[in-house]
Design a protein around this ligand. Structure first.
Ligand SMILES: NC(=O)c1ccc[n+]([C@@H]2O[C@H](COP(=O)([O-])OP(=O)(O)OC[C@H]3O[C@@H](n4cnc5c(N)ncnc54)[C@H](OP(=O)(O)O)[C@@H]3O)[C@@H](O)[C@H]2O)c1
Length: 238
């Protein structure tokens, strides 16, 4: 069966690798990005493109019509550091803005996208949310938002289970070849991040995309409500 797969933030990095996998599997893939160039990027991949800004509810409300089909797979991948951290002693309003925007981009946006397409989901579908190792290890607004995403995802799994829709979160560690850090990471920071892993390397977008592909497959129908860590051992679970 031809599946319809919506990958938010498919314009670069992890989302792009995820979209490429679904395109290679022959699915009808829709990617999103904030720029009008998203159509061009999508065509290069063999996908369709939708302009989407998670900070705009009007933009999210246009998603169902733009998708125009029942949905089988949704990957809530779009996210990142929404705004630079204000300096210590910054105006309270700037601190509040830092919190609000990170929460909007990394958890509220995902919840609104699910709300927008939920009634179009076919039985046998899968939702995969992209969290972060930061939810376990850091205390900034981005990390708190990812922790909230992971908690919300577990509750969503319970709600959508009776419709035979699985919901899981993948929490990546440090992944290179992405735009997350807004430029090259310093050698010292890179070495420190890699030094935390057991396998001695940074993650690659495909390390995440391969698990998304599995979670959306018929092989993973009993796997739901989980946060799965993909980080080379930088954070371990019991
Ligand atoms: N790279 C890592 O080390 C790492 C680690 C843990 C978790 N993650 C998570 O992995 C996911 C993918 O990030 P990435 O590492 O692949 O970085 P990336 O290359 O910067 O990709 C981020 C994607 O999210 C989209 N996006 C960002 N803000 C958005 C907004 N306000 N509205 C709509 N789309 C927005 C971007 O689209 P446009 O810019 O085209 O609009 C882009 O496609 C994110 O959720 C990130 O938090 C990454």
């Amino acid at each position: 069966m031809l599946r319809t797969v919506l990958v938010t933030g498919g314009s670069s990095g992890i989302g792009r690798a995820i979209a490429e996998r679904f395109v290679a599997a022959g699915d009808d893939v829709i990617i999103t990005g904030r720029s009008a160039d998203i159509d061009k990027t999508a065509r290069e991949l063999g996908a369709r493109g939708i302009q989407l800004d998670l900070e705009s509810t009007a933009s999210i409300s246009r998603v169902p019509d733009a998708v125009g089909a029942p949905v089988d797979v949704l990957v809530n991948n779009a996210g990142g550091f929404a705004v630079q951290r204000p300096p210590v002693g910054a105006e309270l309003e700037d601190v509040a803005e830092h919190w609000r925007r990170n929460l909007t981009v990394n958890v509220i946006g995902a919840a609104l996208v699910v709300g927008a397409v939920e009634d179009r989901f076919r039985a046998g579908g899968a939702i995969v949310n992209i969290g972060s190792i930061g939810a376990e290890q850091a205390g900034n607004p981005y990390s708190a938002a990812k922790a909230a995403l992971q908690a919300w995802s577990a509750g969503l799994a319970e709600r959508l289970g009776p419709r035979d829709i699985t919901v899981n979160t993948i929490a990546p560690g440090y992944v290179e070849e992405t735009g997350l850090f807004g430029g090259p990471v310093s050698d010292a920071r890179r070495a420190a991040l890699i030094g935390k892993t057991h396998v001695g390397r940074a993650g690659r977008p495909d390390d995440i995309a391969s698990l998304v592909s599995f979670l959306a497959s018929g092989e993973a129908r009993y796997l739901t409500g989980q946060t799965i860590h993909v980080n080379g051992g930088a954070h371990t679970t019991r």
